[in-house]
Design a binder for this molecule. Structure first.
Ligand SMILES: NC(=O)c1ccc[n+]([C@@H]2O[C@H](COP(=O)([O-])OP(=O)(O)OC[C@H]3O[C@@H](n4cnc5c(N)ncnc54)[C@H](O)[C@@H]3O)[C@@H](O)[C@H]2O)c1
Length: 280
C-alpha cells in the first residue's frame, strides 16, 4: 500500500545500485511504498528483476536493471535506462559493498584495490554521473551506504572494508558541506550488523582469524527495520543515519578518550571477546 505525499519519496525517481538483495532490496520496497518509482540496478539481473516485480506486486513502480559498479560505462548505461523509464533520478543510493576477512599482511594489494573499487570508487563514479544534473536542478538526494566498521575500531580482520567505509562516511559528510547549500541533500546510512547474504561469497585470507564484531551493545537487525530507519532519517533531513542509535553512544564514549576505547577493545580481543552483537 502506498503512503502518498511523503517527501522526499512521493513521485520521486530513484535508483539503487546494489538494490536486488539484502539491505538494498528492503530499501527499494520501502521507498516504493512511500511513493517513489525505483530502478533496482544490480550485478544480478535476475534478482533485480524479481525485486522490481515484487514492488509491482505491491502496487508500486519498479524496474530491474543489470549493472556492474566497477564500470563507469555500465553505470552510465543504467542511469540512462532509469531516466528513460522514470525520469531523471531524484534519489540515488550507492549501496554496493563487499567484505572480506583476513590479517592485513595476508591480503594482497590487488584485493585492497578491489574492495576500494567496489565500496568507495563506485560512489565516486556515481557522483560524476548524477551530481551535475542535481546541481543544475538544485535538488536531489544522494545516499551512500557505510558501516559501523567505518565509525570506530573493531573490524581488525577486515581493515580494507573498514577503511573504505570510513572513507565513504568522510566523503558523505564533506559532500553535504558543499551540496546542501546548493539544494542537494546527502545522507549516509551507517549500518550495524544486518541479516543478509553479504558473507556468502566472502574471501577469507587468514584461516582461524575471527570475524570481529561491533560489540555486545549492538544488535543484529533485519533489513526491513534498517530500510525504515533510513527512509525516516531521509524524510527528517538527516545526514548521518545509523541503523541503530547505539552507534552514537559508542562514538561519544570513544570521543571522550579514544586511546582508552581502543585499548579496551585490545583487552577484549585478548580475553577472547570478539565483539559479537546481540542476536535478534
Ligand atoms: N549486512 C551487514 O551486516 C552490513 C553491515 C554494515 C554495512 N553493510 C553494507 O550494506 C550494503 C549492502 O550490503 P548487504 O548486506 O545488503 O549485502 P548483499 O550482498 O545482500 O547485497 C549487496 C548487493 O550488491 C550487489 N552487487 C555486488 N557486486 C556488485 C557490482 N559489482 N555491481 C552491482 N551490484 C553488485 C549484489 O548482487 C547484491 O544484490 C553494503 O555496502 C554493505 O557493506 C552491510
Amino acid at each position: 500500500m502506498t503512503k502518498s505525499g511523503e517527501a522526499p519519496f512521493a513521485d520521486a525517481s530513484a535508483i539503487i545500485f546494489g538494490g536486488a538483495k539484502g539491505i538494498g532490496k528492503a530499501v527499494a520496497a520501502e521507498w516504493a511504498r512511500r511513493g517513489a518509482r525505483v530502478a533496482v540496478a544490480d550485478l544480478d539481473h535476475t534478482a533485480a528483476s524479481e525485486t522490481a516485480a515484487e514492488i509491482a506486486g505491491e502496487g508500486g513502480k519498479g524496474l530491474g536493471l543489470q549493472v556492474d559498479v566497477l564500470s563507469q560505462a555500465s553505470m552510465e548505461a543504467a542511469a540512462r535506462e532509469a531516466e528513460a523509464a522514470f525520469g531523471p533520478p531524484d534519489i540515488v543510493m550507492n549501496n554496493v559493498g563487499a567484505i572480506l576477512n583476513g590479517h592485513p599482511l595476508d591480503i594482497p594489494t590487488e584485493e585492497w584495490h578491489r574492495i576500494f573499487e567496489l565500496n568507495y570508487f563506485s560512489v565516486v563514479r556515481s557522483n560524476a554521473i548524477f551530481l551535475p544534473a542535481m546541481l543544475a536542478r538544485s535538488s536531489g538526494h544522494v545516499v551512500n551506504t557505510a558501516s559501523f566498521a567505518g565509525l570506530y575500531p573493531y573490524a581488525a580482520g577486515r581493515i580494507p572494508y573498514a577503511s573504505s567505509k570510513a572513507a565513504v562516511i568522510s566523503m558523505s559528510e564533506n559532500l553535504a558541506l558543499l551540496l546542501e547549500p546548493k539544494g542537494v541533500r546527502v545522507s549516509c546510512l551507517v549500518s550495524g550488523p544486518v541479516m543478509t547474504s553479504i558473507a556468502a561469497g566472502m574471501k577469507d585470507w587468514t584461516p582461524d582469524l575471527p570475524m570481529y564484531g561491533p560489540g555486545s551493545e549492538t544488535a543484529l537487525k533485519n533489513t526491513a527495520e534498517v530500510a525504515r530507519v533510513l527512509a525516516d532519517g531521509m524524510r527528517d533531513g538527516r545526514i548521518l543515519i545509523p541503523s541503530d542509535p547505539v552507534a552514537f553512544d559508542i562514538i561519544a564514549r570513544r570521543a571522550s578518550d579514544p586511546d582508552a576505547f581502543t585499548r579496551a577493545k585490545i583487552a577484549g580481543f585478548a580475553s577472547g571477546d570478539v565483539g559479537m552483537p546481540k542476536m535478534g
